[in-house]
Design a protein. Structure first.
Length: 220
């Protein structure tokens, strides 16, 4: 005789109820986790859009990941307008263009772009102290500070940019002493130094020894 057939109906019903309750609890927890993740994604996309609007209104330009691949914008247009571009794609480049006025607060807000790889600050009003806003952008790979008033005291804020691979210091006020602060950037592969007249051949030789894999441009 089948053992289940000997089980009283009430007991079988209780087991089924216990199983259903357990499944319901698991399903509820899964829904709560999914809802929490989605809420964080919504919040992140909203914050990204706010920062993106500030940058574009100040004359800056943003590039999204799909644009670097020459692809079409993901997601329906109406949904991108509703949720923000950042819900479907990531900002990978920010260009503040020439003469754009920016502050350390502007740079600090860039942390919301977790995939930001390229930042162009050439010919802007950026100062040494304002570069402290770059701290925390460890994922940054390319940084352009050409034709700015940046000098040695500003380079100390670049020490934490551990992922930096390209740095453009063309026509800045950097000296040999400032280059010493770059020796910790072991991933650096390109360093542009044209028209940095305060840097000597000895200073370039020293940074080259410290970063042998780095190609130094503008060497005299």
């Amino acid at each position: 005789m089948d053992a289940d057939s000997l089980t009283p109906p009430q007991k079988r019903k209780r087991r089924w109820f216990q199983f259903s309750l357990r499944a319901l609890l698991i399903f509820t927890m899964a829904c709560a986790v999914a809802a929490g993740l989605l809420a964080r994604k919504f919040d992140r996309a909203r914050h990204q859009q706010e920062v993106a609007d500030i940058i574009t209104k100040s004359g800056g330009r943003l590039t999204y990941d799909y644009e670097t691949a020459n692809a079409s914008a993901p997601g329906p247009k109406w949904l991108r307008q509703l949720l923000g571009q950042g819900f479907f794609s990531d900002v990978v480049e920010v260009d503040f263009n020439n003469h754009t006025r920016i502050s350390s607060e502007d740079l600090e807000q860039l942390k919301v772009f977790e995939s930001l790889a390229t930042l162009d600050l050439r010919d802007t009003n950026i100062t040494n102290d304002e570069l402290r806003g770059l701290s925390g952008l460890a994922q940054l790979k390319e940084l352009t500070l050409a034709q700015t008033c940046i000098s040695d005291s500003g380079l100390k804020y670049l020490k934490d940019l551990s992922g930096l691979q390209s740095l453009d210091l063309w026509d800045t006020q950097v000296t040999d002493a400032g280059l010493a602060d770059l020796q910790s950037l072991t991933q650096l592969r390109e360093l542009e130094l044209p028209l940095t007249n305060r840097i000597s051949d000895a200073g370039i030789d020293e940074i080259q020894r410290a970063l042998p894999k780095c190609k130094i441009g503008g060497r005299r």
